[in-house]
Design a protein around this ligand. Sequence first.
Ligand code: MSP
Length: 555
Amino acid sequence: MSNETSQTSPTPDEEPAGKPSYYITTPIYYVNAKPHLGTAYSTIVCDTQARFRRMDGCDVKFLTGLDEHGQKVADSAAQHGMTPQQWVDSMVPDFKDLWRELEISNDDFIRTTQPRHVRSVQHFWEVMRDRGYIYKGRYEGWYCVPEETYFTPTDVRHAEVNRDRPEDQPLCPDCGRPLSRVSEDSWFFRLSAFQQPLLDFYDAHPDFIQPQIRYNEVRSFVEGGLKDLSVTRTSFDWGIPLPFDERHVTYVWFDALINYLTAVGYGDPTDEGAREFARRWPAQTHVVGKDIIRFHCVIWPAMLMAAGLEVPEHVLAHGFLLVRGADGKGEKMSKSRGNAIAPRQVIDLLGVEGYRYYFMTDVVHGADGAISFERMAQVYNSDLANSWGNLVSRALNMAAKYFDGRSPRRATDYAVRESPLSQAADGIYDRYAAAMRAFDYAAGAREAMRLVEAANLYIEQTAPWALAKDPARADDLRFTIWGLLEAIRIAATLLWPIMPSASAEVMRRLGLPDVPGDDLRGACAWGQFEGGEPVTKGEALFPRLDDEAVAKAGE
Ligand code: MSP
């Protein structure tokens, strides 16, 4: 990805310590449903990137939050006998608690009911009106409340063909649920005016939408023509009122997308707001699921163009998590099929570190990933218990045993001494950083794991227990154990964005600071570890999982 090259460069006094800004967002989640594996997945993908970028010298703003308006929320609140505000307030702790447990390091948490967002959306409306991109009309058509999406008659007919429902009950072409008839006065956004500007934009920014398959999909959708979009509702009031026509509330998607602007000071009249906006906008990356790319890659850029604002650098669309069925193929998780997996079940089986490692390395970004408890246990046991955890425990045990509880000191000639580990670490930063910047976390983790494998092999080949018996080889023993600890330090650094607690624990055991720095390239250079500090053997970092634990997880 070309984030660095396409970034605008703020003037030095706007830049804390001269760091480039990196602004990354998750979708804001509907409050109706509790957080689940899918929403946690989007959030951990962003968290890993945010952590990597901080370590790599960026001034990161990582935003997540909740989408709290719309008809669906108003309906759910009524069903629960609450006001919409009470209902949304009651759902917030579920998200915040799970994110805390999963070590999500967001810098901000936006809720679309916050005054800063209401102000920002209303400001956006004024701008739309002043620039002539909205007009008043009447909407007649269909609306899917669960998806909060309008459908044209063509889409609806298509849906009817697929189902044996009476003609008078059209169904949503996306989710298959019944559509509601909408007939009301509405303000419209001139989306049709942006067909050519959008196509020109995609041409000029071929890496705007990733992966490529989604880029092609979006492009051909836009080539097919764009209709103006109804962007206000009058039949209910749970939304942000238009500043110049209070009977209308903002269509929930129009409201939700603006959250990305609100969080960086849009509509904030203070100097501080203006400075923050100049520094942070445009965002570097919106991470979204493939189901909401049209909103992010068609409607959102058009809204921004209409407002005279820059379009974000990248929209990264991930696939869906599917559960592996009996036939080995992926199927959609659903409560009715009884195959839905809750985040709690995964945390109980793998722990938070294992959870994050599994989803970030075994689910190919951009593709749909079929997950299963068996596969989780396999990845955990082979990479974390047998390779990584085992290396840490063997090396620290030997250091403690042969060097009286301390790490051996670095030899003065370490840089010129041959070691397969220094060779394995050579160039590791460039390979790792390229993979991480491209959100290819599997490849990023593989760099760390290659070093781990090289270190495990090195133990077998050098047999430190034999060296320890021969006083003439004391220097070799020292150099060997030091090399192992140095390889561990680098591997823990590379794994930090994916497994923050485990890496911090490894650093503590090595006698090193347990907060990551911001010079990743420097930290990856071979030979940083000076040694001479007390080391801690500690409990197994990743105790092996047996078949019984896996069977229990699925119950
Ligand atoms: N509120 C809107 C987003 C507004 S952003 C301005 C929304 N919310 S959502 O809660 O329904 O979904 C949020 C994200 O979760 C989407 O990116 C969606 O793709 C993702 N996932 C929901 N189920 C999923 C899986 N089973 N697997 C992976 N991600 C999935 O849409």
